[in-house]
Write a protein that binds this ligand. Sequence first.
Ligand code: IPE
Ligand code: IPE
Ligand code: MG
Length: 243
Amino acid sequence: MKPAAASLVDTGTVCRHLAIIMDGNGRWAKARRLPRIAGHREGVEAVRRVVEAAPGLGLEVLTLYAFSSENWKRPPDEVTDLMGLLKHYVRSEIEALHRNDVCLDFIGDWRALKPDLVQLLEDARARTAGNRRLKLVMALNYGGQSELVRAAQRLATDVAAGQLDPDAIGLDALESRLDTAGMPPPDAVLRTSGELRLSNFLLWQSAYAEFLVTDTLWPDFDGPALARSLDEFARRERRFGGR
Ligand code: IPE
Ligand code: IPE
Ligand code: MG
């Protein structure tokens, strides 16, 4: 008899970690002649739906690109709106996340955000640190290049302090100094709203991630759409450079 599901695991087609570039809020609003903030608000609803559906679809880690280090280039009003929505999401959702055994964490230079927001994020992290059902990672003030620069600074600091031999610097030494230290790399990176670029997201970590794209705008994304993307992932053949 043919071994059934085990072969799925062997070929690496189980998606443990999905990273999402949540794009298209502005286009969603524009199509309805609404202000961009309306699209961002609906985007928060999509976050709720996807976080709820994720554990049932087998995801262990879900990373969401919420604010890039380049998004500061947007008009100040929009930046203020986005920060306000982030605060609102964490405040209103933290109890439900905790109840649902979700561990909330952050990557990016999020400690450089406004002090009251940083405090809220620190508290949310501490509150949910022991939860195991899903790890929800929000990329805030995140840029893959700046993450690599910060990791390089940490390496240099350790070398200068005599705690690290430059000859001993290998993949592990760098990886353990990234914001994502200790997390599995993303199996797939999904981008909504059809753009075909990484926009400085998880540059190191997505070395062998499968790229998934959907034309669906982020505010229209939901559990069934997530299931369809994961089905597509399951049909991919991953090789990691082998044959
Ligand atoms: C994604 O939607 C949200 C963030 C980048 C914070 P956009 O605001 O980029 O939406 P589009 O790309 O203009 O449609
Ligand atoms: C990427 O989307 C950043 C986030 C989703 C937070 P952008 O909309 O900022 O990316 P570009 O500017 O189209 O590359
Ligand atoms: Mg965009």
